[in-house]
Design a protein around this ligand. Structure first.
Ligand code: SF4
Length: 53
């Protein structure tokens, strides 16, 4: 999988994570709690998939 140099990420346990970058072709980020987010803590990457253990 190729790193997407435009998407830096530190979620080590995601299938798409590699060396501090995301390898997904595209990602989707949503409001975490259904209503509009007030800061980045209230957003969530819904493309995240846990690595197979
Ligand atoms: S899919 Fe989301 S959580 Fe996973 S590596 Fe990409 S940006 Fe990070």
């Amino acid at each position: 999988m190729n790193q997407n140099q435009d998407i830096k990420c530190s979620v080590h346990n995601c299938q798409y994570y590699k060396d501090n970058y995301c390898t997904a072709d595209r990602i989707q980020v949503d409001n975490q709690y259904g209503s509009l987010s007030n800061n980045s803590d209230e957003t969530i990457c819904v493309t995240f998939k846990p690595k197979d253990s």
